[in-house]
Design a binder for this molecule. Structure first.
Ligand code: NAD
Length: 386
């Protein structure tokens, strides 16, 4: 029997659209008891949220998230608004006993994240953070390859997350479209926005990061603020690079910037181990590259003149999530990562095994982000508590 799950979506922007699409699609492709119902959406601009509600088929809308949370006909609060709203909305939603889906990064700081974890755990409400890249089939396959022992003892993890959209000095900061450049709203620059994704993926594949040393740069020091109209100092990191040591003894390098001319959303990682390696590139997202050096079971070296990297087209029924989509060879896209993530959340409600990353798991990513920013300030290595 189907169980309606009444959604209250906060935000109509990039993620408001990605999540609303997931709510509309998930029950068509995944056989699950819980069926999302687009009950209400919320944002402060009435004309825009009304139009958004009509476009996506929400039954109603609110212009104040407090009112959305106060409603009895909402089961799930979905936080798709900027980073400086995540704490307050979470505390109120948890108190009201709502399930909470929150966009990444979990919070502006570890101190905020700790309050959020305490609130959802005290209330006992199901929760998840939308680190959607875990649901790219090729990345989920990389996780399977690691778990099957095909990489063996890991030595190196290498991640990049590169964009190029803030190079021009006349890009302003703040306001609706450019809050990512305003430290008061975003919390940080590329560290919280882009590296948080790389860190989540890295820790999922290769275990916890124990210590980091980092450098950041802000190339354009002052920008006009959209809301005040004044030229103000820029408080975010435009670029960040850090070295990491993982608990399993391997080393990592992480690089992120919004100043890599030509790179739009260049999110890559490579993991090199004793028995093999994996490589992924979001600009070629249907593929996982795998280098097999030794048999995962026996450890026996594979000899031969054809040894080399395999480029696996991750579209077969036996690949993660792909049995829910099309026939082998037909690809899925960016939006499907949110549908896959939502399906995992709904399945977690049904099995009792919470979908990951939940708030507690995402708090660890926040700890790494805060340690990276602290190291960039002090120049010292910073330890991350287990
Ligand atoms: N998982 C991902 O890959 C991914 C991608 C993009 C953004 N994000 C995260 O999603 C969140 C939103 O980012 P976005 O790109 O969708 O931003 P956006 O600017 O496109 O949309 C933000 C929305 O929040 C609304 N909003 C702002 N303040 C509000 C308030 N006080 N009350 C109600 N609504 C409010 C705005 O009206 C807008 O509709 C951020 O935390 C961001 O880091 C995650």
């Amino acid at each position: 029997m189907s169980k309606p799950l009444r959604i209250g979506m906060i935000g109509y922007g990039f993620m408001g659209r990605a999540h609303s699409n997931a709510y509309r699609q998930v029950s068509q492709f995944f056989k699950l008891e819980h069926k999302p119902v687009l009950e209400a959406c919320c944002a402060r601009n009435e004309a825009k949220i009304k139009e958004f509600a009509a476009n996506w088929g929400y039954a109603s809308y609110e212009t104040d998230w407090h009112k959305l949370i106060a409603r009895d006909d909402i089961d799930v609060i979905d936080i798709g608004s900027p980073n400086n709203t995540h704490l307050e909305i979470t505390l109120a939603a948890a108190k009201a006993g709502k399930m909470i889906l929150c966009e990444k990064p979990l919070a502006m700081t570890v101190a905020e994240g700790e309050q959020m974890v305490a609130a959802v755990e005290k209330a006992g409400v199901p929760n998840m953070v939308w680190y959607n890249y875990r649901r790219v089939p090729a990345i989920a396959l990389a996780k399977q390859v690691v778990d099957e022992g095909r990489i063996g003892r890991p030595f190196h993890y290498r991640a990049t997350y590169l964009q190029d959209w803030t190079i021009a000095e006349d890009v302003p900061q703040g306001g609706a479209a450019l809050w990512r450049l305003d430290v008061a709203v975003a919390g940080s620059g590329v560290t919280g926005d882009l590296l948080a994704h790389s860190i989540d993926t890295a820790e999922w594949l290769n275990g916890p990061i124990r210590r980091v040393t980092a450098a950041t740069e802000t190339f354009v020091k002052e920008r006009k603020h959209v809301e005040t109209g004044k030229v103000q100092p820029v408080g975010i990191d435009d670029a960040c690079m850090f070295l990491a040591q993982f608990a399993n003894g391997s080393m990592g390098t992480f690089e992120s910037t919004r100043y890599a001319r030509g790179r739009k959303n260049f999110n890559t990682f490579e993991l090199n181990g004793e028995r093999g390696s994996v490589y992924f590139d979001l600009e070629d997202p249907q593929y996982l590259q795998y280098f097999k050096y030794a048999d995962p079971k026996t450890g026996q070296k594979i000899e031969g003149h054809l040894t080399g990297w395999q480029k696996v087209h991750v579209t077969n029924g036996e690949h993660p999530y792909m049995d829910k989509w099309w026939v082998p060879g037909c690809t899925i896209g960016y939006e499907h990562t949110f549908i896959n993530a939502l399906a995992d959340f709904l399945q977690g409600l049904e099995t009792g095994e919470a979908a990951q990353p939940d708030f507690r798991c995402a708090l660890h990513t926040q700890r790494v982000c805060d340690a990276v920013l602290a190291s960039a300030k002090s120049g010292a290595w910073v330890e991350i508590p287990a």
